[in-house]
Design a binder for this molecule. Structure first.
Ligand code: MN
Length: 239
């Protein structure tokens, strides 16, 4: 491995890929990245392949313009610009996840706002913005964030939030560590399922802004517990 990043960081990044696939956030698609811990101008992400098959040898370095730097000349994802533009815009962000996690899709296309329905998803706060790609490139795109300029438009929509939806496509989730981003991605999907169920039954009571902020703060100290469980569950998955 020629990457100059810490072994723990790379190992967590690989685990994150497997966990997100195992927990139903990723399928054959989706990607997770982490800011490089030795080179502040780079981040780490896998080469273009299915998340559950990724090993430490598949991790490559990328800069904040989306240029891949790999001694073997390997390519990363078409949508790596989601990551490059967000790392560039948000110095507080250490990890970025993009997925097509299914339950959130209806919230991007109906005008129903995704809001925190339960204390585990207080990190959603009062606003989960929706990125409308037509505002940037009109109605004829292939829906993908395939260049830095689209990445920057998305980063602008995300603003200071933890999550943004991409209309008709998926979502992006950020965190101050790989573990926190994984936690948020899994509970964003869960929140969408619970909210859709609740909306069928009646008018949901959402967390207030204070309840959302305070529960997010409490949960931020508990991230290791589910992370260890999600990792343990991987041991039973044949790959
Ligand atoms: Mn995508």
């Amino acid at each position: 491995m020629s990457l100059n990043a810490s072994a723990q960081l790379i190992s967590d990044l690989v685990s994150a890929n497997h966990i997100l696939a195992n927990e139903g956030v990723f399928d054959g698609f989706g990607h997770v990245s982490v800011r490089h811990d030795k080179n502040p101008d780079r981040f780490l992400i896998a080469r273009s392949m299915a998340p559950s098959m990724i090993t430490e040898e598949d991790i490559v370095e990328c800069d904040f313009e989306g240029q891949v730097h790999d001694a073997q000349g390997r390519k990363s994802y078409l949508e790596r610009f989601i990551h490059s533009a967000i790392f560039k815009a948000r110095p507080d962000v250490m990890s970025v996840i993009h997925s097509h996690s299914p339950a959130i899709i209806p919230f991007g296309v109906t005008g129903a706002r995704l809001r925190p329905i339960c204390h585990m998803s207080g990190f959603l706060g009062s606003t989960t913005p929706v990125f409308e790609i037509r505002d940037a490139v009109g109605e004829s795109s292939d829906m993908l964030i395939r260049n830095q300029s689209l990445g920057e438009s998305l980063a602008k929509t995300l603003g200071g939030n933890a999550v943004a939806l991409l209309r008709g496509h998926g979502n992006v989730v950020v965190g101050d560590s790989v573990k926190q981003a994984v936690f948020r991605a899994i509970y964003t999907e869960g929140n969408a399922r619970l909210q859709a169920q609740s909306m069928l039954m009646g008018e949901p009571v959402y967390l207030s802004e204070d309840e959302a902020r305070n529960s997010a703060e409490t949960n931020a100290g508990q991230i290791d517990r589910p992370w260890e469980l999600w990792k343990r569950k991987l041991a039973h998955v044949p790959r």
